[in-house]
Design a protein around this ligand. Sequence first.
Ligand code: ADP
Ligand code: MG
Length: 675
Amino acid sequence: MDLYSPLTALKGVGEKRQKLYQKLGINTVGDLLEHYPRGYLDLTGSLAIRDASDERPSAVKAVVTQKSQPKLIRRGLTVSKVRATDMERDILITFFNAKYTVEALEVGKEYIFYGDFTKRLTGGEMNSPAVISPEESGFLPQYPLTEGLSSKMVSVQMKTAIENCGHLIKETLSTDILEEYGLCSKEEAIRSIHFPKGQEDLEKAKKRLIFEEFLTFTLGMSLTKGKTRTASGNAFSDLSTDDFEKSLGFELTGAQKRVIAECKRDMCSSVPMSRLIQGDVGSGKTAVAASCMYFAAKNGFQSAMMAPTEVLAAQHKATLEKMFAPFGIKVGLLTGSMKASEKAAVKSAVKSGEITIVTGTHALIQEDVEFENLGLIITDEQHRFGVRQRMALGKKGRSPHTIVMSATPIPRTLAFVLYGDLDVSILDEMPKNRIPVKTYLVGPELSQRALGFVRNFAKEGKQSYIVCPLVERNEDSLPLEAAADLAEQIAGQELVDCNVGLLHGRMKPAEKERVMEAFAENRLQVLVSTTVIEVGVDVPNAVCMVIENADRFGLSQLHQLRGRVGRGKEQSYCILISGNKNPETKRRLEVIAKTTDGFKVAEEDLKLRGPGDFFGYRQSGLPMLKMADMMTDIKLLELAKKAAAEILEKDPKLERKEYSVLSANIQRLLEETAM
Ligand code: ADP
Ligand code: MG
């Protein structure tokens, strides 16, 4: 047996189990060895009930004394109670829908139970703990699984694999790197990651594996950058854009000026620009984009600006049209749902060069729009676009310069993983006139007061948003506010003297546009909407936002929503309404109430949800680093970047023998992610 043997070479793996492993992408013994645990059950501490903690998952060893028949509580939910003792204290265990687990438990026998623990006077309670044989000890690896496989099975097969093939594991890093960065060998790391002898052993293994992931990734990015960044683009001339910037009606912030200069410098090179602009909501990304497009126009090139929603695309068009009219530069709009004849007209104007700047949604990518001479592509609110879409865009035109704008401050490690192929500019300064939004978290009993607040603003000529989690109340009878129902109700009652509008994703684009326009022109004082206004909509006269069932939204989403107010010179308010009593939920919402710093919000969000869910990171088409934890491994990332730079200095194309395994791994990574 070797690393390339099929899994059936292992004892205990037949054809059926082989199929299950295949589902996890594991085909060979070597693949299995690289299937790392996602965590461990820690049995290294005391297993006495008295020592179990409320604060983290605990393991207790106890003898079962009693078990009840499963009781059907409601459809699809059965509950069984089990009592157990360690002769000093007792535990009461509740199992949900765990018929087989409970049947297998024998009265009079000893087990280890692992899970959340609640202390009680004479012992404690546990809900649906893992049941482990009393002989187990140390760290029990928990693997990513598929139905039909258990961590126990995987670890049994892992043991066999390591016994037979452990010595065949190839070293991937050169000796000098291992020495310089104090890393253990690959073989040792793999043995320890599956069966750590202790905490220290585990840390060493993790450090080594994470370092290697980051190093591979960093080198991969550097090599791709080197390859894709050839001098195939249009080098613009460094013409002044002062006249345009003076016409904006405000003084650009220092950060805006700096970022515009960075972009202009890039565009003057024949190596196409590939730049990410990160700036919190309201930091003035549109003005930066506009200056860059003006720069392109002055150089005789067209620009395209992509937005994630039709509302936003239409708004960009309106904003840009105003900005560019004095300069005789024509702006067009192109969205998926426009009438065929309208689309055709815009397309032909884009092709002839009559339209210099075109804004639009995905339609721009998906349909075959031809440009006369496309020089710059800007993608707004990047987190809505996958990397693949970004790539597709890059293929339009003859290597145009590209800018990606993101309103989501993402932690540095994650940013590097998501946008490692881009250079980064940061808008870290808010326009001076900005007053932080005051945010309050209140219970549903204060809804009426909030509406009163909205009414008073309307009387003063100021506008408000009311955001709901649903469009229409549904059968599920979840007690959630629905935009359509709420709009109808308040228009007839609480806000009868205001003009109330409704905006949601199911409306026709033309209708949406009409509503947004009416709101922008203050013909509507109150806009009841779903999250369609989350991104980018800009109405400076809107000073109040009420968010119903705020607990239904993610933190970053709430921050984005809140960014719709506080865009003018007035004090703005955001009222989060939530009746959710869960302490964790409350804590989460308090984060939003306490800080207006998008960076802090994003970090909190990432902590709560993990990188997997962070803005569809998983769908973004980038590699899931197997080990690296985006939040905590910044130091290792920095070390790996340093190592990568050292390696590339010595051997820019990784041709030396000592880097051959690494080089092959990089290749594999690049292929997997189609970068
Ligand atoms: P975002 O970064 O969220 O896309 P916008 O570009 O929509 O922000 O800008 C938000 C608001 O701030 C707009 O109304 C814009 O006109 C205004 N603005 C942008 N830059 C400045 C500035 N330097 N000074 C004052 N107001 C500005
Ligand atoms: Mg914007």
